[in-house]
Write a protein that binds this ligand. Sequence first.
Ligand code: ADP
Ligand code: MG
Length: 347
Amino acid sequence: MSKEEKRTELSDLGEFGLIKEIAETVSNSNKKTVKGIGDDAAVISGSKKNTLLSTDMLVEGIHFNLAYCPLKHLGYKAVAVNLSDIYAMNAIPSHITVSMALSNRFSLEAIKELYEGINLACETYGVDLVGGDTTSSPTGLIISITAVGESNNETVYRNGAKEYDLLCVSGDLGGAYVGLQILEREHTVFKGNDQAQPELSQYPYVLERQLKPEPRKDIIEFFNKENILPSSMIDISDGLASEILHICEQSQVGCTIYEERLPIDQETYKTAEELNLSPTICALNGGEDYELLFTMSLKEYDKIKDYNGITIIGHITDKNSGANMVSSGETVIPITAQGWDALLRKD
Ligand code: ADP
Ligand code: MG
């Protein structure tokens, strides 16, 4: 009998573990490849500026539920999350391609609605849709979008954070997750009683954060205008804690953040409490905010201190100190990632 083959469960590895394993099998030899697997986007050198390339896939039932995510919003969001990865490299996206696998549940009218959202996002962010691929799927909808862009100034990676740098985030956090909890709550009520009217009108901000995220083009333009070069940057797709750990690991540093400095919108705060969720945990682990997390040297402080929409949440420390949060009660808590990991779901 043949020796039993080794089998490692993907659910034991997690998404980041799997990506690490894949990266070890890949070796790039084209001299134009500046950065392959491992950051928000790949970097390809051009004659003057770098080209950035990133792709993301959304799967029905995993990333979205059409029961409460209108197709137009889904199209917008699918583009937005891709552009966010290009901005996170300090670059400006220019083109996308869109690939889809569709079941016969979808009509032309449904696909047109999806493309209304895709086209609106392209228009909003000045990006052209230049191609894609279409195939069938046995059940649901899968959308994969690839975005390409050009570096703005210098490319900013996840690995450049230095001890004493400021750790900053754009916008506010936790809203998208809280919005999802409201949508799921109302969907459950609706499933139990189809006469029920969903109670959504009190939550405009968190629902918008979940259904129509806006990548932070404005922040990248501000950096360009003020000649600010972050030392490292990442977009917040999986949750602040998870992204902080990526920066710390890749930059070989530690950090301290302060709970009381986490930017949380009032509606997010109130709604989290209504749902019996900790606003801090929503901000740390919620994900899907598509804000930018970046570090910069102290000498840039004057340039950002008055910008409305950038919050300094802490600073970079040496690696041995680890990644920690000082709670409002002054306790030091190690930061652990409990954010979104597509492969750790066992349901
Ligand atoms: P993000 O959350 O910013 O979209 P990911 O965590 O999805 O980033 O990906 C991290 C890195 O791993 C990126 O460089 C991405 O291109 C790469 N990557 C993800 N999945 C694969 C795969 N199946 N094969 C090769 N590289 C991958
Ligand atoms: Mg990213």
